[in-house]
Design a protein around this ligand. Sequence first.
Ligand code: OTU
Length: 664
Amino acid sequence: MVQPSSPRALLARWLSSRGNTPRADPAFLARFGYRFDAIADLVLRLYAPRLDDPDAFVLRVADLLAGAHASRPTELRAGDAEREARVAEGREPWFLEPGLAAYMAYLDRFSGDFRGFRERLPHLERLGARIVHLMPFFPCPAGNNDGGYAVSDYLGVDPRLGTVADLVEAARELHRRGLYLAADLVLNHCSDEHPWALAAKRGERRYRDYFHVFPDRAAAERYGRAMPEVFPETAPGNFTWVPELDAWVMTVFHRFQWDLDWSNPEVFVEMLGILLELANRGIDILRLDAVPYLWKREGTDCRNLDEAHDIVRLLKACADVAAPGLAFLAEAIVQPSEIVRYLDSGRVEECQLAYHASLMVLLWDALATGKTAVLSRSFGEETRLAPGTGWLSYARCHDDIGLGYDEEKILRAGFTPRAHRRFLLDFYSGRYPGSFARGRLFMEDPRTGDARISGTCASLCGLEKALEEGDGAAVDLAVKRIMLLHGLAASLTGIPLVFSGDELGLVNDFSWLDDPALADDNRWMHRPRLDPEALARSEVADTVESRVMNGIARFLRLRKDVPAFAPDAPFEVLHAQDEHLVLCLRSPKEAAAKARILVAANFTAKSRAVRFQELPAGLGAPARDLLADEDAPSVLEPGTGEIALGPYALAWIALAAPERKAGA
Ligand code: OTU
């Protein structure tokens, strides 16, 4: 290997040869100069062993960034400048703007295609969502393609959904309306029909090296001996025999999703080019799919390795130079202490947003048990974030609910971990006597007894059962549960995220069973089509659809102007005497905006009360419930110092500023 030059010398060389052209944008050069050391350093850390000429590689990356920036459309550059100015003025970054809320949808199920998308925007505006995540819309194989997560062309658009021009236009339309577009970068794996995989199958060495290839089963199994299985039921093992290669390929997810070998610098360059091109099409947030899996090392579980973090840092440093308005969303559904590492990793930035999978699981835990000990004790620990980063808080998404939380927390709450998990699985699959839920087990592993949970928010909250039994009171309770979860996602911390269909209270959709391409993946039961009739009913008073839709829209609208509900405003979980309540204190970031809010939630079907005298002193007197209206009159009972909470009720109590001590 040729010895690498110092980053300074290298930067000078790049500037004199290519950078200082008359067309070079001074802002770009400033950003580039600022991050050059970090980029050169990360490149060496990750790739030195595989580079003959590290300088040449760094210069190649530099050229790529300059090229991407040069072709970045003017309006996006203007957007970048605004976003940068905002932070320079001391305000929070654009994606943490108070009041933002997010929505995620499969385009075909949401609006048919990109053309229909425009017509659905009023629905999103009525809901109050301003970040729209469209699930993978890229070309992918016919048949089972894991909902588009088997990408065969990262820079194309699935012809069934539209064209690249439609995508660009959709982003423009969102921006015109003050909305943002989020999209996936499925960077851990590609489809076995991607040209890279096809070239590998044709025997091209260059492309064979894009993947993790093993000559025989023993070698593969030795490498992956500590790797858990993601889809043990339908895609057991982590390797697939590929006759054309006469070898085994690593396939952590499905057999048709080949893991990319990120230790190959060529894979990095390819994906960086794709990332920058997607940014140039107007995507504001890139969701890094399966990010914990990026780096593999023999004998490890191949998750959350330090190099995976370095890759994200390197990608982010590069994006910050060429497309500084872009934010990264970590899709890291791993244990809480690992998730936060994708957000808060010290010197060089990594992701700015992450799914709050820990909170999501805790909400479902509390709903099944009616007890909040696990939630209250765990939420708040390990989930405090670095400035400039935030959570997406949600009840449901397109994936299963995995019970991925620390066993120690369950123990501390007085449950036996194994039995507790079994209970949750039985409860949500409807097997537990008296359960209101109608879900199914996903990826049950008979060897470990482990499983995850599928089902729509509404079905898991009891709506499907109640409707089937024609039980009006049970329908009311189910709607209250749906509201409780969404209301907490809107007020505990972070940016609320609604999964398509949940805003209408849609129940499980069993049509997936009739489609052979979907039939072995029951996550499709909770990915319903946004059918026009349900949408129409959401505009008719007193239907379930309108109650849920208006209820969630109201949460999103009311929280918008509450400084204490800014995504990154502090929170503190208060110890509740009553083990069925959650109490969380939200404080505005600026002390001047005094009003603190006490979020109080009842996880049972019985009325309960928050007794103020039992809460820590100095909280301030309850002044007003932001959620109370004529239909649900104020729950405050000033005489008794209590807040009454009806079945599954949620209250957002504004607190009067505590009285100052005399002389203070
Ligand atoms: C993601 O989920 C996507 O959200 C899924 O829809 C895809 O099937 C999958 O990647 C493959 O692209 O295991 O059960 O820690 O948990 O990447 C869902 C992250 C998953 C993984 C996550 C994965």
